[in-house]
Design a protein around this ligand. Structure first.
Ligand SMILES: [Zn+2]
Ligand SMILES: [Zn+2]
Length: 299
């Protein structure tokens, strides 16, 4: 299994001299496994991934797994050249909206309405299929894959591949589950039994994620914020670094790759944070890296 990072920035692309080392494209990771081309998220990094795949082979067949449909995870899709080539075949998996009753296909089509983009998805020359994906096993022949719901302001999934005794997990955007009333100091006067139920629910949901990540060889996970940055950004759907260290320790993750870097953080700042966190991870007995555009890992 070969994992390649094409986009590691959170929220918005950040081109410029202060981001060349870690990279400025938004979320996209590819996995080459057993002849399959798998792609996780279609942020602006997928444009580079598309160029790589086009050079690699004609008649491309691939699977694209969308963690969720926020811009930074789908905005590169209209610039993914392989979908304009007749004979290529792609299947997109991703969560449908659980608020508006829209399918993944309907949500994806919105961003190429003619007011936003000149070519609609129905005009793509490749064959593209859309599959609404929820928690549980994903049925692809000869591949063992699972999805797990994680915590974000919109339906969001983490995906797991198990192959040849190795496990890779691609997490979408995620903030640890919490009791928002107690955590924000707004629980005064609220029914204690109800609050305890919320505490328990958050603990159960967090434990479910620990279970999903148990013993994984490589986990790519949202670590957008330092603990200090997180204090003013609770509820935005991203994790502080300390929560990622706890998850890795509890789940016995062997190698944690922190990604979805905060757009405000320059290369110098990220290098400083990476050094600090690498030391903490090594003290706890696991490996940690910050994702960089162009980074490849073989499992
Ligand atoms: Zn994002
Ligand atoms: Zn998001």
């Amino acid at each position: 299994m070969i994992i390649k990072y094409w986009g590691v920035r959170g929220s918005i692309p950040t081109p410029g001299p202060s981001t060349v080392h870690y990279g400025g494209n938004t979320s996209c990771v590819s996995v080459e496994v057993d002849g399959y081309n798998l792609i996780f998220d279609a942020g602006t990094g997928i444009r580079l991934c598309g160029n790589y795949l086009m050079a690699k082979q004609p008649n491309l067949e691939g699977y694209i797994f969308i963690s969720h449909t926020h811009w930074d995870h789908i905005q590169g899709f209209p610039f993914f050249v392989p979908v304009y080539i007749p004979g290529n075949n792609f299947t997109l998996y991703g969560p449908p909206s659980d608020v508006q009753n829209e399918t993944l296909k309907q949500i994806m089509e919105l961003q190429t309405k003619f007011e936003y983009f000149p070519i609609s998805l129905s005009q793509l020359a490749a064959t593209v299929n859309y599959i609404d994906c929820r928690e549980g096993a994903i049925e692809i022949p000869n591949l063992e894959m699972y999805a797990c719901r994680i915590n974000h302001p919109v339906a969001c999934l983490a995906y797991k591949i198990i192959h040849d005794g190795k496990t890779f997990i691609y997490g979408g955007d995620h903030e640890p589950f919490r009791n928002i009333y107690r955590d924000s100091g707004n629980a005064d006067g609220m029914d204690e039994e109800f609050l305890e139920e919320l505490d328990q629910n958050a603990t159960e949901q967090n434990n479910k994620i620990v279970e999903f990540c148990k013993g994984a060889d490589l986990v790519s996970w949202d670590g957008q914020y330092t603990d200090k940055e997180y204090e003013t950004k609770k509820g935005w759907g991203h994790s502080p670094h300390s929560a990622d260290l706890v998850l890795a320790e509890q789940a016995g993750i062997k190698h944690l790759v922190i990604t979805h870097h905060e757009p405000m953080n320059s290369d110098d700042r990220l290098a400083e944070l990476e050094k600090e966190l690498k030391q903490k991870a090594s003290d706890k007995g696991f490996k940690l890296d910050f994702a960089k555009e162009g980074m490849a890992i073989k499992l």
